[in-house]
Design a binder for this molecule. Structure first.
Ligand code: UD1
Length: 364
């Protein structure tokens, strides 16, 4: 009995790592089914994919659909055609998708076309902002999901308000947090850190990849200048996502305090976050990790699908307003930032809960 688990992008690898680790712990209890790991190939190079498999001890994928780069529509269609071929040859009994990326939605639709039930890990979260492809992916995926594994009461309530029944919703916690807590002792200081004479607690980590922030060159330059100016000379370490790096090629000169580096492997990236003065990002997942590491986080967005990172955690939404950035960084520099409380069930056991629930759901 085969259960498909789908992963296509960086944040997916972090999430499935927790589920596969829990599976290997509970496998002895004779579950009667096993996983087939399908990599869609949405992220494909060493920095964005391979290093995650190595560092997080993820088994090699059973299949790789190798969809690579393209427009959203091209990626969706290639993933659906690829997964359809897989299911035609060898159907599974369940398709598990995680997060909100193109691969998540494309595989959920394909599985349902084969009448294969879908389980969505991180189901139910909503930003209300349909200008982001991730929100569309969440809405479409959740509209055809059979079982929801959720990270928060907010997600549970969202699902109930959409008419999802209680017995379809399983509040399990956060798989990204599981992976963070297991790996925290193994974080690695990147080699460039000492070479560039950087100091702990005296730099900012910046990540940006949302089309809204990085695709319009004029806006992107203004945003970078505003961030650099607000940091008052503090070094800003900027591991640039490929989309971002491509756009940066047209910018002749970056502000002096911005240090541009390649996307970092998981253990190096989270070492940088753990020792930073602050994180500035447009990623939802990084705002969760910053909350768990109790590092101040400023999110360059007007909304979030993860309100607990603001209400309980270290995150604050600053949009792309330079004044808000400056004011918030001032509070951080004065060491007056709010301290994080750990959201409910973000305790490192989400993966185990998921496998135990699947054990019951898939019992003959
Ligand atoms: C995707 C997800 C986003 C997630 C992010 C994490 C969607 C809609 N978005 O955005 O939710 O937060 O991943 O990183 O699925 N590229 C490379 N090498 C790679 C992968 C991508 O060069 O290994 C390039 C692609 O060619 C493309 C760009 O990066 O030009 C963007 O990649 P894409 O997969 O389209 O979406 P992301 O912006 O990474």
């Amino acid at each position: 009995m085969i259960v498909d688990i789908i992963a296509g992008t960086r944040p997916n690898f972090v999430k499935i790592s927790a589920i596969l680790r829990a599976f290997s712990v509970l496998q002895q209890s004779n579950l009667g089914w096993s996983f087939r790991l399908i990599h869609t190939g949405q992220h494909y190079d060493n920095n964005m994919s391979d290093s995650f498999f190595v560092q997080l001890g993820i088994q090699d994928p059973d299949l790789n659909l190798e969809v690579g780069s393209g427009t959203v529509a091209e990626q969706i269609s290639k993933i659906m055609i690829g997964y359809e071929k897989v299911l035609s040859n060898s159907p599974s009994i369940l398709c598990i998708v995680v997060g909100d990326v193109t691969s998540t939605m494309a595989c959920a639709i394909t599985a349902k076309n084969f009448n294969i039930p879908v389980a969505h890990v991180e189901g139910g979260i909503r930003s209300g902002d349909q200008s982001m492809p991730e929100e569309i992916n969440r809405i479409v995926t959740d509209s055809i999901t059979d079982w929801f594994f959720t990270t928060s009461e907010t997600a549970n309530n969202n699902l109930k308000s959409f008419g999802i029944k209680n017995d379809q919703i399983f509040f399990v916690g956060n798989t990204m947090v599981d992976t963070l807590l297991v790996n925290i002792k193994n974080f690695i200081q990147p080699a460039f850190f000492n070479e560039m004479s950087l100091q702990k607690d005296n730099y900012i980590v910046l990540t940006l990849h949302r089309p809204n922030n990085v695709d319009g060159l004029d806006n992107f330059i203004l945003l970078l200048e505003a961030i650099a100016h607000s940091a008052k000379g503090m070094p800003i370490i900027f591991p640039a996502h490929p989309r971002t790096a491509k756009n940066l090629e047209s910018i002749k000169r970056l502000p002096n305090n911005i240090i541009l580096i390649n996307p970092q492997p998981y253990l190096e990236f989270n070492w940088l976050v753990k020792h930073a003065k602050a994180v500035i990002t447009d990623s939802g997942g990084i705002s969760e990790e910053a909350t768990m590491l109790n590092i101040p986080c400023l999110t360059i967005r007007d909304n979030t699908e993860r309100p607990e990172t603001v209400e309980l955690g270290t995150n604050e939404l600053v949009g792309s307003n330079p004044e808000a950035l400056e004011q918030n960084l001032k509070i951080i520099f004065q060491s007056q930032w709010k301290k994080a409380t750990v959201p409910e069930l973000w305790d490192g056991n989400a993966g185990l809960r998921i496998i135990k629930i699947l054990q019951k759901l898939l019992a003959p």
